[in-house]
Design a protein around this ligand. Structure first.
Ligand SMILES: O=P(O)(O)OC[C@@]1(O)O[C@H](CO)[C@@H](O)[C@@H]1O
Length: 586
């Protein structure tokens, strides 16, 4: 069976880039040389400075950083991220005509953007100090506070996740600086190509999902829930940042049937699923959802309905004001049973998430699903609100037809008709796309894009930086965090012991029960049996860098939902104590 076409990074990081020193560093960095950034005793005399880098991998319990030259963080900063930026530059140069006409951007704007990205790339590879954002928005101001408050403000020696997020935020600023490029997504083309290249597995999953939607008995419902979590897991292989923008081919199992079948992939990759909490998660989420539904129903019977007030319309008539709900800061019972998905990649991975969401709604396990996406283009293929709409629209209109003739059975009688060919078509994909459009219109699928998801902060600090979002997450029956970046943030970007339990690894971040569904693409992991990590390292020393292995952790614990000790942040003065204007996301 051939492997996914994700490029394997070398285990020894490249030596092609020499990084300019900015601080005190380790002794064992033999290749480190500085550029002559000042002239001492004559021109072109190289000045040796102590290197800030260390020739080690990330020590246990340290946060991941480019400082450690044998780590994937270092390799990513020295090789992958510069390639991603170079591809943006190439794309803007190659497609300048079409970009200019679709955005209405001038040649000058596009050239300035290209220069901005080139400088950003140069600053990264030469380990310059971060620059502050220039755009004047409240969100950019917050970023500047975080940068200035950061104990280390250099690309390689700050925490890896901070630097990576900073680079994507800067890339965004490169667009924001030019009005005509304000909505330009430099990764749009790659995301569209990725979607088109996975139509076949989407059709296969759509066909099977149709059989999972009618109300089913307890055992089938659980089995289907488990299967869909695993479909979601392996869909996380489709990540264009790990592949530096190259298209990712899912595990190739076509040789068996002539069709790329994600369900077969679950069986094929069984041994690569290192932590499998799916059974426990399915049971506990279903039970919690049933209890929550009863509580909500009970509360709505006893609740005093707020008096429907009337507002004067311009014509002098009266119009009922939109319904009001209890202030989220005071509310201790959710308005609906909701499942939250903190999304990762667009394309096939988002499609898989939508399938799970559809299943949960159809089986009446939950009433709503909230999708948390990124407000701006992020880590190449992360979902933005536009991508969310794009994936649904493309499902509605996709064209796919494939007939695969099947070989006659070896024991077929003479003259027996050959088996029917296998047919893959987009018919069910269209149906799903239509249904999802309706779910969005009806507020059953809710798309949220809070700024926090594109901040550099790890999740144990969410309460401190975005209490409001933390509070909203508390209303969920469970939250599924997708992918590697979310996993890194869940674990605080810390190289904890691989045997540390998932709950302990979360360091107190438990707004609701958490389901982490991630293929392993960075050097941190928890919840493994003793000796397992070493055993896999012997088989493949680079196993944590390629997305070949996966984990599905579940932590059932959640912080109890009490009246908040802070005021309503969403509506400020408009919040009248216990009643707030409608939240469309609660
Ligand atoms: O979150 P995702 O899409 O699963 O992975 C994101 C990712 O590609 O980006 C990071 C480095 O850029 C790695 O940790 C990880 O491999």
């Amino acid at each position: 069976m051939s492997k996914a076409s994700v490029k394997s990074p070398p285990s020894i990081p490249s030596k092609s880039v020499s990084i300019v020193s900015q601080g005190k560093g380790g002794e064992d960095d033999d290749e480190f040389k500085t550029n002559p950034d000042f002239i001492y005793g004559g021109p072109f005399i190289t000045v040796e400075k102590p290197s800030p880098l260390l020739g080690t991998s990330t020590p246990i319990n340290m946060q991941l950083q480019g400082t450690f030259k044998k780590s994937f963080a270092y390799y990513s900063l020295v090789e992958r991220l510069p390639i991603i930026l170079t591809k943006v530059i190439d794309y803007c140069s190659r497609e300048s005509g079409s970009i200019r006409s679709s955005c209405g951007a001038s040649d000058g704007d596009l050239r300035s953007f290209i220069n901005y990205v080139s400088k950003l790339k140069n600053d990264l590879i030469t380990n310059k100090k971060y620059e502050l954002l220039q755009v004047d928005t409240p969100e950019a101001k917050k970023w500047n506070e975080w940068i200035e408050g950061s104990p280390n403000q250099y690309y390689f020696t700050n925490i890896w996740v901070f630097t990576e997020c900073y680079v994507y935020r800067r890339l965004r600023e490169g667009c924001e600086l030019y009005k005509t490029l304000a909505t330009f997504d430099p990764f749009q083309e790659q995301k569209s190509e990725a979607f088109n290249s996975t139509l076949e597995p989407m059709c296969v999953v759509a066909d099977k999902l149709m059989t999972m939607l009618p109300e089913s008995d307890k055992d089938k419902r659980k089995a289907d829930f488990v299967t869909l979590m695993k479909i979601c897991l392996w869909a996380n292989k489709c990540d264009l940042s790990l592949s530096v923008g190259d298209q990712v081919k899912l595990q190739d199992n076509e040789h068996t049937t002539g069709i790329m079948d994600p369900f077969q992939m679950i069986t094929d990759l069984k041994d690569k699923l290192l932590v499998d909490d799916t059974g426990k998660a399915a049971d506990q989420i279903i039970t919690k959802a049933e209890n929550m539904a009863k509580t909500i129903e009970g509360a709505s019977v006893t609740a005093v309905t707020p008096v429907a007030s009337k507002a004067a319309t311009a014509e002098g008539g009266e119009e009922p004001e939109p319904p009001k709900i209890p202030c989220p800061a005071k509310m201790t019972i959710p308005q609906a049973v909701m499942f939250d998905i903190v999304c990762d990649n667009a394309g096939y991975e988002l499609f898989a998430d939508l399938c799970l969401a559809h299943f949960l709604v159809s089986q009446k396990i939950v009433q709503k699903v909230r999708f948390h996406v990124k407000k701006i283009p992020w880590f190449v293929s992360d979902v933005t609100p536009k991508d969310f709409q794009y994936v649904i629209d493309q499902c509605r209109s996709a064209r796919y037809d494939k007939k695969v003739p099947q070989a006659p059975k070896p024991d077929a009688a003479e003259g027996e008709a050959p088996p029917e060919p296998l047919v893959v078509s987009a018919d069910n994909l269209h149906r799903l796309g239509d249904q999802w459009t309706q779910y969005v219109a009806d507020g059953i699928f809710i798309v949220m894009s809070d700024d926090f998801w594109t901040s550099p902060h790890v999740y144990k600090d969410m309460k401190k930086y975005d209490y409001n979002l933390y509070r909203k997450l508390q209303y969920a029956v469970a939250i599924m965090f997708k992918g590697d970046l979310n996993y890194r943030k869940l674990l605080g970007e810390r190289n904890c012991s691989s045997v540390l339990g998932f709950e302990a690894a979360l360091q107190g971040f438990i707004p609701a029960p958490i389901l982490a569904v991630r293929t392993v693409k960075a050097e941190l992991i928890c919840g493994l049996p003793k000796g397992k990590a070493d055993q896999i390292s012997k088989i493949d020393p680079d196993w944590m860098r390629k997305g070949d292995y996966g984990v599905i952790h579940f932590c059932p614990k959640a912080e109890p939902l009490k009246v908040a000790d802070r005021p309503c942040l969403d509506y400020g003065d408009k919040c009248r104590g216990t009643i707030c204007p409608t939240h469309n996301d609660l």
